[in-house]
Ligand binder design. Structure first.
Ligand code: ATP
Ligand code: RIB
Length: 310
């Protein structure tokens, strides 16, 4: 049976520009690399990943009462996402992200949070009436909404999964416990632990440091082109990334964690689930944009078959 996953997180419209070179302060550069408007936001990217992998995804977020909000809602509906718990904010516009993508696929993102900043504990409480099997959180919404979601998950004994982006140095991580999987990227792992996960030894040191505040069954650090590091409190494994030509890494982290949660809830062991998440994320980095780059289950499984883990 399909899992019901409640995503409590952000929704943005992404304005993406491709650049050969990022301008210096005070400098104007003329770039004809092209631009596009694509659905994005960490929450929406993860919600779309769940939906495309076949889960029943309930998305709790806030959009503005504007054309961008209406356009995004219609797209989520077309993806089969349950939009009943998306609130509409009358006074604040829909979130917008400006994304600069360099030739090697690296991105720089500035988020105007807009309506995401108004997501309230009451919005979250209402979304829990959807009887989810799992709750998925990210940090691009207000602390009070994140903490409310963690508290409801704890009270109702629903497993909680955290994609720890974007990094927030002042966030009270210990108030999220217990957690099933906690997944930061390299920057987030460094900000939350004070240790740069530059090699296996430092990943272990960062995971142990994190475990002082985080009570998670698994910590999975996303390591970009190096793959992902799994720590279960005793042992660790590194699952290498799948080598692909990199076009745009936007949404790789969001899709990775959602895919990991999908395959974990399906009953795959952590190594296999992480490898399949690496496959999903490798497809994302080989395509342009956020939402537009997210694969279906069929695509992930075909890709995994063509790129077996060695
Ligand atoms: P983003 O902010 O770009 O969405 P992130 O910084 O949150 O991503 P990363 O660690 O950069 O997260 O990437 C997430 C996952 O995407 C990695 O664990 C890996 O599976 C895959 N990935 C990222 N970069 C590459 C790459 N160059 N080649 C293959 N896979 C990659
Ligand atoms: O993780 C990528 C996302 O971060 C983008 O889609 C952008 O909207 C920001 O939320």
């Amino acid at each position: 049976m399909n899992k019901r996953i409640l995503v409590v997180s952000s929704a943005n419209l992404d304005f993406v520009q491709r650049m050969r070179r990022i301008p210096n302060a005070g400098e104007t550069v003329v770039e004809s690399g092209g631009y596009s408007y694509v659905p994005g936001g960490k929450g929406a990217n993860s919600a779309v990943t769940f939906a495309r992998l076949g889960d029943d995804c309930i998305f709790c977020t806030r959009l503005g009462q504007d054309t961008n909000g209406a356009r995004l809602r219609a797209i989520y509906e077309r993806e089969g996402i349950d939009t009943r718990f998306i609130a509409q904010d009358k006074t604040t516009p829909t979130g917008l992200a400006s994304i600069l993508v360099e030739e090697d696929g690296t991105n720089r993102i500035i988020v105007y949070p807009g309506a995401n900043q108004k997501l309230s504990p009451a919005d979250v409480e209402e979304a829990f009436t959807s009887y989810p099997d799992a709750v998925f959180l990210q940090f691009e919404i207000p602390d009070r909404a994140i903490l409310a979601a963690a508290a409801f998950a704890r009270e109702k004994k629903i497993p909680l999964f955290i994609d720890a982006g974007p990094a927030r140095s002042d966030f009270p991580l210990e108030q999220l416990n217990p957690i099933e999987i906690f997944s930061p990227n390299e920057t987030e792992a460094r900000v939350f632990s004070g240790i740069d996960p530059s090699n296996a030894e430092n990943c272990l040191r960062a995971s142990i440091k994190l475990s002082a505040s985080i009570k998670a069954k698994y910590t999975v650090i996303k390591l970009g082109g190096r793959g992902a590091y799994i720590y279960d409190g005793k042992y660790y494994h590194i699952i290498p990334a799948v080598s692909v030509p990199v076009v745009d890494t936007t949404a790789a982290g969001d899709a990775f964690t959602a895919a990991l949660v999908h395959f974990y809830l399906e009953g795959k062991d952590m190594e296999r689930a992480t490898y399949l998440a690496n496959c999903a994320a490798a497809i994302v980095v080989s395509r342009e944009g956020a939402y537009s780059s997210i694969p279906t289950l069929k695509e992930v499984l075909a890709f995994a078959e063509a790129h077996p883990l060695r």
